[in-house]
Design a binder for this molecule. Structure first.
Ligand code: G3P
Length: 219
């Protein structure tokens, strides 16, 4: 399972890129507003493309099919690594079909049930993004949807990749991997939490103390 960062914050991406394990990025208008309100979305996304050399998602906000197609073409022209995010409703599905035929990569966003993913995959989307945390928020098992989509795509050899999104804590990352997601996209704080275990800290402290003691005995 690949690890992507869900952020529009260039500083977070620079910090996370040091380890070589983040291979893509997802942004959306809310993340843009949070990280860089008042800036130009294109500039934010192009800067992100200069930090992480992998698929970078940027989202459309047009409300009709022609508008989505036009916006998708424009966003895709910003950088060769751009993946255009389109939400899955009736207009979104038609736009996905039209722009996928032109070779534009689509990440279908705001997926909450497997039929939406099935439609997006058959319309030509490269990625489908079930939102786990937002389903958990309304007392539905978000990760079950991820697993169901993975099973359906496997059964029918659909090439679209399942991108587990709206992950809120490190357990979600483990569960996404267990469910067979191809990619997990997560906030920086969740990525940082993947490093940590109190027994690692305690173990390092003990090794350090013992190394000091052992060195003293020798001298
Ligand atoms: O990738 C989608 C993500 O940004 C949504 O997360 O926490 O707003 O549901 P959240």
């Amino acid at each position: 399972m690949k690890l992507w960062l869900d952020t529009a914050d260039a500083d977070e991406l620079r910090a996370a890129s040091r380890f070589g394990v983040i291979s893509g990025v997802t942004t959306n208008p809310s993340l843009w507003a949070k990280a860089a309100s008042g800036t130009d979305y294109r500039e934010v996304v192009v800067e992100i493309c200069s930090i992480i050399d992998g698929p970078i998602s940027a989202e459309c906000v047009a409300q009709d099919v022609d508008g989505l197609v036009e916006e998708a073409r424009k966003i895709a022209s910003w950088h060769p690594n751009i993946v255009v995010k389109i939400p899955l409703d009736e207009n979104g599905l038609e736009a996905i079909y039209r722009v996928s035929k032109e070779g534009i990569k689509i990440n279908t966003t705001l997926i909450f049930q497997p039929n939406q993913a099935l439609l997006a995959a058959q319309a030509g989307a490269t990625y489908v993004s079930p939102f786990v945390g937002r389903l958990d928020d309304i007392s539905q098992e978000g990760m079950t949807v991820v697993g169901d989509i993975v099973d359906i795509f496997d059964r029918y050899n659909l090439p679209a990749q399942v991108l587990a999104a709206s992950l809120r804590h490190p357990l979600h990352v483990i569960q996404a991997a267990q469910a067979g997601a191809h990619i997990a996209t997560m906030p920086y704080a969740v990525f940082q939490a993947m490093f940590k275990h109190p027994l690692t800290d305690a173990g390092m402290q003990k090794f350090l103390e013992d190394a000091r003691k052992a060195a003293k005995v020798r001298t």
